[in-house]
Structures are given as structure tokens and as C-alpha cells.
Design a protein around this ligand. Structure first.
Ligand code: UFG
Length: 333
């Protein structure tokens, strides 16, 4: 039986593929390559290029393969873009998940682990954020992730499809191997942008606002290493296989770093100056987001080991230094 890694050619999905292969799990990768990179899919892995909104395509894959579990990373994930084009997010994230669930139900596949987001919480007063916190997304992106969670809940009630929803905080870093990493076009995330300045590909980093109610006035986020993050997915797959109930877990490092602290750490790690200028606040950015991941630690026995921000930035830097243009020009690895 195989695990279908949906969105397996993307930033997080490609790291999950490596982690699953390292444990000798049978996998198939499904990706429409809208934002994913075929070069990231290892040679020898069964790869299906197609869109989860395409019922016939998905049905064929599930007919052809003996799939018993699904890990679902396929989604659009830019907060800003979702505010300008919310229906793109409903279409790919919500409708795409609907077709995926329909196909799973049709083929008797009972387990799904999927990417949710801290964006489901919106602004919160109480830190760290636990799974009991009220959900109040402040973006269309966050709203679609919440809708996906709710859809899973009702499919569990009606069809017994068990799910684990993993609410990511700020995912960063890259495989310690240096072979795969983050390659978005356009890039909007802080750590890769800061490293592009260190690389000489950008002149400066713009810090979005310095009058937030935090110690240095810049936003605080909880950064989680992508390899720690994918470990939780494998634990969640095993949890479901062992009969675990559907549930939701936060994934973060339980520690916050300000934008200025990230820039400063990147200066130390790279040895580059990294000029920074203060710009306008970005719409929809909460001041502070810090996870409590106690529940994942307890229930899934997840124990992230790369929580040091220096390690996270160092591994990302290793990737960016060796792949300044991402996967461009790379062969399928
Ligand atoms: N930032 C800057 N300058 C930049 C880019 C980002 O100052 O050029 C700041 C942002 O304002 C924010 C912090 O750096 O305070 C982190 O920003 P990112 O864009 O890297 O990440 P976000 O916190 O906006 O987004 C992450 C995930 C989303 C998820 C969101 C939950 O990438 O998928 O957390 O709020 F929805």
C-alpha cells in the first residue's frame, strides 16, 4: 500500500517525500507543478502530474495505485494574494480538497494528514496559542484552511474519513542535505528574502513596520524547521493507522523571534551586512504569533530537534548559497 503525497513537489511536500523515503515508505507523488518543482521529486518515485480539481485525473491515480493514506500539501498559501483573489483560494484549496476527499471516499481511503495554518487563528490575545483558542481568520487564505478542516470533520462524521490537521506556524529552513529547499516565485517570506539580500540578489530587506506592541516594535513569529515539521506528518500518519481519532495540532517551536532578531541572526550566520530599511506595515499581519505545540508533543510524541533559530537559518542559507536561482537549471534529483 502507498501513501499519496499530494503537493509533493512543493517546498514542504518535497521535504516530506524525502523523510518518507528515508523510512522506506511506499509513496506516490501528485502535483500540478503550479508552484512545485519536478526537479525536487527524486528519480524512481512514481510521479503524477495533474490537478486535484480534475476528478478524472485523480480517480485514475487512485484506481491505478494501492493508496491507503494521503498527505495533502496542495494549496495556495499567500496571505496577501488571497486578499486580492479570494476565489482562487476557494477554488484550489477548498474545491480541490473536496474533490480529493470525494476520490478518497470513493476508493475507501480512510486517512488524511493535511496542512493547515496558524492563519486560522487570526489575532489572538493569549500567547502561546493552543488548539482551544477561538478561530478567527483575518485572511481569505486562513478562512479556506478553516473550511478545509470543517469539510474533513463532516466527512469523518458521515464516512469515517479520519484526519489530522496540522496548523503550521512559520515554516523555514531546508533539508540539511542542501539538495532541496524553498523556491517560490515570487518570494514573499522573510527568511528567504533576507538570505537573498545576503546573496547579493536584493539590495535590502524591508522591515514591515516597527511600531508593533513588541519589545523592538517588529512582528514576532514562531519559526519551525521544515524537517521537524515533516516529522510530525509521519507521526500523524502512524497515529491514524493505529486508529487515532481525527484531531488538530499546532506545529511550532514555542518560541518567538522578532523580524529584527531574524535579520540580526542572518547577519551572524552569513557574515553579510544585510541592509534593512523600515517600511509600511503589511495588511493583515498580527503582531505576535507563538504556538503551543504541547498537544502534538504529547499525543503524537513529536519532539522537534532543530528549534534553534541559528540552525534554521543556517540550513536555509546552505540551500540559498548553492541554489541562488532555486531549481532553475537543476535536474530531477
Ligand atoms: N516581513 C518583513 N519583510 C518582508 C517579509 C516579511 O518585515 O519582506 C515580516 C512580516 O511582516 C511578518 C514576518 O516578517 O511579520 C514573517 O513574514 P512571512 O511572510 O515570512 O510569514 P507570515 O508570518 O506572514 O506567514 C506565515 C505563513 C503563512 C501563514 C501565516 C500565518 O507563511 O502561510 O504565517 O499568519 F498563513
Amino acid at each position: 500500500m502507498s501513501i499519496a503525497v499530494v503537493g509533493g513537489a512543493g517546498y514542504i511536500g518535497s521535504h516530506a517525500v524525502r523523510a518518507l523515503l528515508a523510512q522506506n515508505r511506499d509513496i506516490v507523488v501528485i502535483d500540478n507543478l503550479e508552484t512545485g518543482h519536478e526537479e525536487s521529486v527524486p528519480e524512481g518515485v512514481q510521479f503524477y502530474k495533474g490537478d486535484i480539481r480534475d476528478r478524472d485525473f485523480l480517480n485514475e491515480v487512485f484506481e491505478h495505485e494501492q493508496i491507503d493514506q494521503v498527505v495533502h500539501f496542495a494549496a495556495n498559501s499567500l496571505v496577501g494574494e488571497s486578499m486580492e483573489n479570494p476565489l482562487k483560494y476557494y477554488d484550489n484549496n477548498v474545491f480541490g480538497t473536496q474533490i480529493l476527499l470525494e476520490t478518497m471516499i470513493k476508493h475507501g481511503v480512510k486517512n488524511i494528514v493535511f496542512s493547515s495554518s496558524a492563519a486560522t487563528y487570526g489575532e489572538q490575545k493569549k500567547m502561546p496559542i493552543t488548539e482551544e483558542a477561538p478561530t478567527a481568520p483575518t485572511s481569505a487564505y486562513g478562512e479556506t484552511k478553516l473550511a478545509m478542516e470543517r469539510m474533513m470533520k463532516w466527512c469523518d462524521a458521515a464516512h469515517g474519513t479520519k484526519f489530522v490537521s496540522l496548523r503550521y506556524f512559520n515554516v523555514a529552513g531546508a533539508s540539511a542535505s542542501g539538495v532541496i529547499g524553498e523556491d517560490h516565485e515570487p518570494e514573499t517570506h522573510l527568511i528567504p528574502l533576507v538570505l537573498q539580500v545576503a546573496n547579493g540578489q536584493r539590495e535590502h530587506i524591508t522591515i514591515f513596520g516597527e511600531d508593533y506592541p513588541t519589545e523592538d516594535g517588529t512582528c514576532i513569529r514562531d519559526y519551525i524547521h521544515v524537517e521537524d515539521l515533516v516529522d510530525a506528518h509521519i507521526l500523524a500518519l502512524d497515529y491514524l493507522k493505529e486508529g487515532g481519532e481525527s484531531d488538530i495540532f499546532n506545529l511550532g517551536s514555542n518560541q518567538g523571534f522578532s523580524v529584527k532578531e531574524i535579520v540580526e541572526t542572518a547577519r551572524t550566520v552569513t557574515g553579510h551586512k544585510i541592509p534593512a530599511v523600515i517600511g509600511e506595515k503589511r495588511a493583515g499581519d498580527p503582531a505576535v504569533l507563538i504556538a503551543s505545540s504541547e498537544k502534538a508533543r504529547k499525543t503524537l510524541e513529536w519532539s522537534p530537534s532543530r528549534t534553534d533559530i541559528v540552525t534554521i537559518i543556517r540550513d536555509a542559507w546552505n540551500w540559498h548559497q548553492h541554489h541562488p536561482h532555486g531549481y532553475k537549471g537543476a535536474d530531477r534529483s
